[in-house]
Design a protein around this ligand. Structure first.
Ligand code: 8YV
Length: 330
């Protein structure tokens, strides 16, 4: 029998995924879930046939340069591949795969939840009973903002953006979007969505803006300090994509000065570090902050693991893995 490929997994994955990986591959697991250091990652690339990293592993050009001849596949446990220098990997003949599709609905749910949480002050309200501050109902207390009839601008109308739009439409929001190109007209019609070629112009007219595009060199600080200024003072910004897409310092400043209505953030520019200023804004009830939980469901993480397994297996059997990521796709 052929020798099983050495597959190094950088983080603890769901048990069923790990069990299956051990059946199929010579899998080296990380049962303690302690993130690997840079030198451990380098050692993994130097010895393994396949590396299974996550968003917390930064595989840059320098690390790719340390990969051994045997290293053939980096099968990312995650959809975003901004943790990996895809071009450098391609140059070295290393294939990259990701886990698209299986986290779409969960991430869209969390995005909708953040919109509701910020607009209706859910997190703020939920603290008032345990803290004993609730003394009874009042007509003018804890008033949030109505969702129905408001304009939602989606930045990035891919799978997650569209899944968010379907939910938002059911909540009575008007759907607007900015994307590199129009989505199929049947989808646009079904969502009654308005396309904005100009992100600046869209931002100026929205009540809520949600970031749902990948983080690439082209989308780094897409919501720059200059662009954020187009937003109206009551606007809410939600991000379940990647922190780097928004100039977080500029966003924070606008929240502090009241130039923005609120924000719901699941991702941060320097994760897991969250600035003291954002934490203070959260304490003041101006923002809702979540610790990168967008795709965090048991089902989703098992599905992601299944995708990784299929990609590794197909690749090792000499087939093209289904979720190959090419530099030209970014
Ligand atoms: C994961 C994500 O938490 O897939 C992504 O891009 O951000 C999340 O689903 C993470 O990436 C796992 O590596």
């Amino acid at each position: 029998a052929r020798k099983k490929p050495l597959v190094i997994v950088t983080r603890k994955l769901p048990d069923v995924v790990e069990t299956r990986m051990c059946e199929l591959f010579d899998a080296r697991l990380n049962l303690d879930d302690k993130p690997m250091s840079r030198s451990e990652l380098a050692a993994a690339l130097a010895t393994a046939d396949v590396l299974v990293p996550t968003v917390t592993d930064r595989i840059d050009v320098e690390l790719i340069g340390l990969a051994g001849e045997q290293m053939k596949l980096i099968a990312n446990f995650g959809n975003g591949v901004d943790n990996i220098d895809v071009a450098a990997a391609a140059d070295r003949g290393i294939t990259i795969t990701n886990t698209p599709g299986v986290l779409t609905e969960d991430t869209a749910d969390m995005t909708m939840a953040l919109i509701l949480a910020v607009a209706r002050r859910i997190v703020e309200g939920a603290k008032l009973i345990p803290s004993g501050e609730w003394i009874g109902w009042s007509p003018t207390w804890m008033l949030g903002r109505r969702i129905t009839g408001k304009r939602l601008g989606i930045v990035g109308m891919g799978r997650i953006g569209q899944a968010l739009a379907r939910r938002a439409k059911a909540f009575g929001l008007q759907i607007h979007y900015h994307n590199r190109r129009h989505v199929a007209s049947a989808i646009e019609e079904a969502l009654e969505a308005t396309y904005w070629e100009s992100l600046d112009q869209m931002l100026a007219r929205m009540d809520i803006v949600s970031v749902n595009c990948p983080h690439t060199p082209a989308t780094y600080h897409l919501l720059s300090a200059r662009r954020l200024k187009y937003l109206r003072p009551h606007a809410i910004v939600v991000n379940t994509a990647r922190g780097e897409i928004i100039d977080e310092a500029a966003l924070t400043k606008m929240l502090e000065t009241g130039e923005l209505g609120g924000a719901g953030l699941d991702v941060f520019e320097h994760e897991p570090a969250v600035s003291k200023k954002l934490i203070r804004l959260a304490e003041a009830g101006k923002v809702t902050l979540l610790p990168h939980m967008g795709s965090a469901t048991t089902e989703g993480r098992i599905d992601m693991g299944e995708k990784v397994i299929v990609n590794v297996k197909m690749f090792m059997d000499g087939h093209r893995p289904p979720d190959r990521v090419l530099p030209s796709m970014l």
